[in-house]
Design a protein around this ligand. Structure first.
Ligand code: PAF
Length: 290
């Protein structure tokens, strides 16, 4: 365990469960609100905005950095996942994060740890659930374990992974965990590209090409009062198919149950898009109806 003094503030880094437990014992008075920001590292401004939000609404902010193997169904994606530990710590220092936890695999998955599993129903059969079998079970498995280890009052997740937020909220309700899930707006660069650790693998050219996602979502929002969801979806599909990206899907969904919308709009309908720039899988979404 180390204490990093940032002049104003001390960031604790814990590299094992034992170090985490020591840090939690030292730091936490019973009245403090613990805020958890789970990440897989390669931190960027999007994560920074989650930490800032956590600092505003919790007393003690824990960031976890763990590239969770059980949520990857593509081994190349797992091995290509960027690792930037020193830079991550540097960024977290500037944000006055209280504790950074880099668990080892055996801290997260000790032999005796059995995730009960969860039936996510349709949430796991559509979009990312359908295309990445086992992904959300892996996400629930790791997040449940991180909740168990850090015991947070609040946990912060980016809406860029909109379906993930729905799944985690469902899990919290299902197991009646006393944790408030705080969804946080997607951070974008000034041209609109949603920030993601995977963007590190995009060339400058691909970053420009990827802007078609934001343009498509913004156009859909602008035109959603003129056409029904099916029509808006097919305009969006054409837009992306004519670009340099390779489209995987566009869906317009009810934000509560993720059911596809076709003829009728519902409040807060979301458009969700996945497309590839080269071999980099990009995901984005936007609320396109008030
Ligand atoms: O969104 C992510 O970075 C991951 O899915 C999470 C929530 C940290 C679980 O590994």
């Amino acid at each position: 365990m180390s204490l990093i003094n940032t002049n104003k503030h001390i960031v604790i880094t814990a590299y094992s469960l034992a170090e985490l437990q020591t840090a939690l014992k030292i730091q936490i008075g019973s009245e403090k609100i613990i805020g958890l920001v789970p990440t897989m590292g390669a931190l960027h401004e999007g994560h920074a905005s989650l930490v800032r939000k956590a600092k505003q609404t919790s007393d003690f902010v824990i960031v976890t950095v763990f590239v969770n193997p059980t949520q990857f169904n593509n081994s190349d994606d797992l091995s290509n996942y960027p690792k930037t530990e020193e830079k991550d710590i540097e960024l977290l220092k500037t944000l006055d994060c209280d504790l950074v936890f880099f668990p080892r695999i055996e801290d997260i998955y000790p032999n005796e740890y059995l995730f009960p599993g969860i039936d996510l129903g349709f949430l796991d059969q559509t979009m990312e659930g359908e295309l990445r079998p086992g992904h959300f079970q892996g996400v629930c498995q790791v997040v449940y374990r991180l909740f168990q280890l850090t015991n947070p009052n609040k946990a912060y997740f980016g809406l860029k992974d909109f379906q993930q937020v729905s799944v985690i909220q469902f899990m919290v309700n299902n197991f009646q965990l006393p944790i408030e899930i705080i969804p946080c707006e997607t951070s974008r660069n000034k041209e609109g590209l949603a920030l993601s650790s995977r963007n590190l693998r995009l060339t400058e050219e691909q970053k420009k090409e990827a802007l078609v996602l934001f343009q498509t979502l913004s156009d859909a929002k602008l035109n959603s009062d003129k056409f029904n969801p099916s029509r808006i979806k097919s305009i969006a599909e054409k837009h992306i198919q004519q670009s340099a990206l390779r489209l995987e899907y566009v869906e317009i969904v009810n934000p509560i149950n993720l059911e596809n919308l076709t003829n009728e709009w519902c409040a807060n309908a979301r458009m969700c898009i996945v497309a590839y720039a080269g071999d980099v899988r990009l995901i984005d979404n936007m609320e396109i109806r008030e």
